[in-house]
Design a protein around this ligand. Structure first.
Ligand SMILES: [Zn+2]
Length: 228
């Protein structure tokens, strides 16, 4: 079952407030219509009763799909909540869980994303049977090989699962600021397949690079540049 909650939201254009119902926990198995809405950017949208302005409300949401063994926590990054804070709070929540249980629990298989595009990308990726850590490894090498054109500060690299072919994986560059999609980068699927073989033989390097819950080449690159 999905869980909804009622919130009082002010229209960003005219300021008039209204009570709206938002999805807080989305269960893709029991509510496929809500999943459809999410994939088409129609979830948690509000139409202002006063000025007719249409806008999306981004609040933390948990996406679950028991059949796909998928649990993704989407915590929107914004001016007041930075990536560092989100990661810290997530770690604290895990620590509290461990403290309550009185033992070190295995890390729950929850993924953490900070934008809707990453959430949708991850759903497609897992449903198509791809390995998220290997995909992020590929992204990492694309970033580092194209330092002049691709800056992790301002560019996000997204895998377009739907338009990828048997031979090529299609990545699209998104501008983090204005959310516009730009250049398309192609990557041979055979190279991905070789990396996947490597992962199956010995996943240690991949796990060290991307321990989770936030499995993201961009995050790793931003962390690395902070350390310099
Ligand atoms: Zn309005």
């Amino acid at each position: 079952m999905s869980i909804k909650r009622s919130v009082n939201i002010a229209c960003p254009t005219c300021g008039v407030t209204q009570d709206i119902t938002l999805v807080e926990v989305l269960n893709a198995q029991t509510d496929p219509d809500l999943k459809e809405a999410l994939m088409h950017n129609q979830l948690n949208r509000v139409n202002c009763a006063d000025c007719d302005f249409d806008f999306r409300v981004d609040l933390p949401m948990l996406y679950t799909d028991a059949k796909a063994e998928l649990m993704i926590h989407w915590v929107p990054e914004n001016e007041t909540t930075t990536r560092e804070q989100i990661l810290e709070e997530f770690e604290e929540a895990i620590e509290r869980m461990n403290a309550e249980a009185g033992e070190e629990l295995p890390m729950p298989n929850v993924r953490l994303v900070m934008s809707r595009v990453e959430l949708v990308e991850l759903i497609y990726l897992v449903e198509s049977g791809m390995n998220q850590r290997v995909v992020e490894y590929v992204k990492y090498s694309i970033y580092t090989r194209n330092r002049e054109k691709l800056n992790p500060e301002s560019n996000r690299l997204l895998l377009n699962v739907e338009d990828s072919t048997e031979d090529e994986l299609l990545f699209v560059v998104q501008d983090v600021e204005d959310k516009q999609l730009g250049q398309v980068l192609r990557y041979g699927r055979s190279a991905y397949t070789s990396l996947l073989e490597l992962f199956k033989e010995d996943s240690e390097e991949f796990m060290e690079m991307f321990p989770g819950p936030c499995i993201s080449a961009r995050d790793l690159l931003l962390e690395e540049s902070d350390e310099l």
